[in-house]
Design a binder for this molecule. Structure first.
Ligand code: PLP
Length: 468
């Protein structure tokens, strides 16, 4: 199959055969190059890494896009992703200081600028349709607000997100952002997205696209902070570190895998799940068995409540030595609601080379971890980060620095924090009156036709304004 350029796959994340897009090869970073990157600040390091993936964007343009994205104004500090040392060999990598207080901002803020740039260049427009139960939707809206050539239509289950998350999304007054509150649950929202996306005529006429977690550019942008954190806790590139990663759709940890394949000295990538343990089951047993909606539990780390992991196929592609046919074969049964079992196969024998180990946690363990970390280090973490710390501390090895990825701020999960430490958290500056701001959303029945009509009318009327 002939390769596509980076911008050709940017808007879909898909390869021409319908599989997930992957770079032809990972860029190899020698230890001399690695050492030369050590002193770089975040934007310069991001340029070195992203330019190796985004080959058809002129270097000066890429530098500008990166410089506009990774600023102290947007991410709260010059470091962008600061590392905090809890005790010798135990570190917290802060990824949640962007506008929506969760790690998805790191990639999504870049995507907003990148989309706007590519669309302007091609004189094109994009209407993003998505479904959210929290973090992804608000992160996408804050990244795309006010961007030329882009509308966002975000479906969420009416009355089912936390008050903070609802206020974060619905208080946006930007004319290119449309919140649609569906009378139903998250799966109803996702079904509507699927129905609309399957209507090829509608999709083409209205330039419908997505920014979901399979987007390759999002993965690439997340590779950067693995390097940044490595430099923060080591003195020379002879040293190895391990990472623990609260995981859902396998996007974040897959970026860690890419960093490792590029040559970053990562010993272990510790994958943490909550009660929805489809990935932990695979890395312990070799069985990949996506769950049904009915089997998927609502937990206190809701952004990890997944039934199947959308990026997992990319990892299996690498595990097979990049054998697309073999991946297709394995996914034949997965796509029909089935499973596959690699135990006892040649693939399972190779899995240790990839450095991923895993564990799981339940609500009581997360609450205990939050309490313990607060008691010992006077640091408050959220429930997702607690998943990562719990499994990370259980599986870490003596003498190997462990870097735990913080994926959201605790203020977003006030109930669990109260349960763990017995007090309320103050909202950070700028967020204190969020819940009293006027809210802007459309309430709608769980009906794809109504959603389509609404989208069509809004897109048509904005086209008229732009053309007049
Ligand atoms: C999305 C999310 C995750 C899971 O990340 P994946 O890339 O889907 O594995 C973990 N924690 C938080 C807070 C998130 O928003």
């Amino acid at each position: 199959m002939s390769p596509r350029t980076f911008t050709e796959i940017l808007l879909t994340g898909l390869a021409p055969d319908g599989g997930l897009a992957m770079p032809e090869a990972y860029p190899e970073i020698s230890s001399a190059t690695l050492e030369s990157w050590r002193p770089l600040d975040y934007p310069s390091l991001a340029f070195e890494i992203l330019s190796r993936f985004m080959d058809d964007i002129p270097a000066d343009d890429l530098r500008t896009l990166i410089a506009r994205t990774y600023t102290p104004e947007i991410f709260g500090s010059k470091d962008i992703t600061p590392v905090q040392t809890l005790e010798p060999d135990l570190h917290l990598l802060h990824l949640s200081n962007g506008p929506t207080l969760a790690f998805k901002d790191i990639a999504m803020q870049f995507m907003g600028n990148l989309f706007e740039y590519v669309l302007a260049k091609n004189n094109d427009e994009l209407n993003i349709l998505g479904a959210t139960s929290g973090d992804t939707g608000s992160s996408a809206e804050y990244a795309m607000r006010g961007k030329q050539g882009i509308h966002v239509f975000m479906l969420s289950p009416y009355g089912k997100m936390s008050a903070f998350q609802t206020a974060q999304m619905f208080s946006l007054q930007d004319e290119n952002i449309f919140n649609i509150a569906i009378e139903g649950v998250f799966d109803d929202c996702q079904d509507i997205v699927k129905t609309v996306s399957n209507d090829q005529a509608f999709k083409q006429q209205y330039r419908i696209g997505a920014v979901n977690s399979i987007n390759w550019a999002r993965i690439a942008a997340q590779v950067v902070y693995y390097f940044k954190a490595y430099f923060a806790v080591t003195r020379s590139s002879d040293e190895v570190v391990s990472f623990s990663v609260p995981s859902g759709n396998f996007g974040n940890i897959f970026a860690g895998h890419v960093a490792r394949m590029m040559g970053l000295p990562i010993r272990k990538l510790i994958l943490a799940t909550n009660e929805n343990d489809v990935l932990d089951e695979f890395f312990r047993t070799g069985l990949y068995r996506p769950r049904s909606t009915a089997e998927t539990r609502q937990t206190s780390s809701p952004s990890m409540d997944i039934s199947k992991a959308s990026n997992f196929e990319r990892f299996i592609f690498d595990l097979t030595g990049r054998d697309a046919e073999r991946v297709k074969e394995l996914w034949k049964s997965v796509d029909q609601g089935g499973s596959f079992d690699l135990s006892g196969t040649d693939l399972w024998a190779k899995i240790r080379d990839f450095g991923i180990t895993s564990g799981t946690s339940c609500h009581a363990e997360r609450i205990n971890t939050i309490r313990e970390i607060y008691r010992k280090f006077n640091v408050l973490i959220d429930t997702h980060t607690a998943d990562g710390l719990k499994t990370g501390m259980a599986l870490r090895e003596p003498g190997i620095p462990l870097i735990c990825l913080e994926t959201a701020l605790p203020v977003k999960f006030a109930d669990s924090i109260r349960e763990a430490v017995g007090f309320e958290l103050e909202q950070p500056a700028g967020y204190d009156n969020l819940e009293s701001l006027p809210q802007r959303f459309e309430r709608m029945a769980a009906d794809a036709e109504q959603v389509k009509q609404f989208m069509a009318s809004r897109i048509d009327s904005s086209d008229k304004i732009n053309k007049s």
